[in-house]
Design a protein around this ligand. Structure first.
Ligand code: SF4
Ligand code: SF4
Length: 99
């Protein structure tokens, strides 16, 4: 089965996490969830390498080499001028960012 976590550049060092919650708040695909003591990497296979989590992590616990992000959202934002940064899909099979 395809697992994008093995194909993408997302890496999470849970030992550095201070549980601020930023990554789960900004991730458009629910890759990170809040945990009791640290963020939980819940859906790594849904990462689209947008880079938002790493950009907002205050302790650099997350590293990702951001690529084009969600092409659907970028095209929609360009056409509508809405500034939308996420397509809003769940990243599941059949979604625009699905694998
Ligand atoms: S890079 Fe983007 S899609 Fe991937 S985990 Fe971070 S915020 Fe979520
Ligand atoms: S943004 Fe960084 S420090 Fe904050 S919960 Fe996520 S991994 Fe932990």
């Amino acid at each position: 089965m395809f697992n994008s976590y093995q194909e993408t550049t997302l890496h999470y060092d849970q030992s550095r996490c201070i549980n601020c919650g930023f990554c789960s708040s900004v991730c458009p695909h629910g890759v990170f969830l809040s945990g009791s003591e640290a963020a939980v990497l819940a859906k790594p296979e849904s990462c689209m390498e947008c880079g938002a989590c790493a950009l907002n992590c205050p302790v650099k616990a997350i590293h990702v080499q951001s690529g084009v992000g969600c092409a659907h959202a970028m095209i929609r934002a360009a056409l509508t001028g809405s500034g939308v940064e996420s397509c809003g899909c769940g990243g599941d099979e059949g979604d625009c960012c699905g694998k």
